[in-house]
Write a protein of this length. Structure first.
Length: 182
């Protein structure tokens, strides 16, 4: 299978200006993100965690996880902590590709289809989908396993991804797995 699941920015301390609406949306998506990770693992998909460093240039994966667990909503972080055997890539900006090693890892493992789950739909998911598209990856967005800050912007972002980037929108875990098997 040439697909990989990218879990984006789920290690969040939720201590920022937009934390309240994001946390509410993340709460609704959390069980689906966890189910998708479990299904991807069972299916044999490569699972990669990519997370913002929140401006701390010395932070590694454990530091980012520790800070998120010590934040305002550890209940949204603990269920999605990456296992020790999963690649963890630190990013500084919105796109999972910008100035990271992700593209190298994906090419090295011959992954051509990406499933982008996590947060924030109208920011990091959108920009990552665009960067994946221009790099000739096929992109699948599990609409049940993403979180947003602004619902209207998130819906507009999903429409842009579908119409302009040919992203496949999947509404449940089985549809995601079917897209990965195609």
């Amino acid at each position: 299978m040439n697909a990989g699941l990218i879990v984006i920015d789920m290690l969040n301390p939720y201590e920022h200006e937009d934390a309240e609406p994001l946390a509410a949306s993340a709460q609704r998506a959390l069980d689906d993100v966890c189910a998708l990770v479990a299904a991807a693992r069972e299916e044999g998909l490569r699972i990669v965690y990519v997370n913002d460093n929140h401006g701390d240039w010395s932070a590694g994966p454990r530091d980012i996880a520790r800070r998120a667990l010590a934040g305002a909503r550890p209940d949204l972080v603990e269920p999605v902590l990456p296992p020790d055997d999963a690649p963890f890539i630190v990013k500084a900006r919105h796109s999972i590709f910008y100035e990271t090693l992700l593209e190298y890892l994906l090419h090295r493992e011959e992954i051509t289809r990406l499933v982008l789950a996590g947060q924030v739909t109208e920011q990091c998911i959108l920009y990552s989908a665009l960067d994946g598209y221009v790099r000739h990856f096929e992109v699948v967005i599990p609409t049940h396993a993403i979180a947003h800050i602004d619902e209207q912007l998130a819906q507009a972002a999903l429409r842009m991804m579908k119409d302009n980037m040919h992203v496949q929108l999947a509404t449940d875990t089985e549809a995601v797995l079917e897209a990965c098997r195609a």
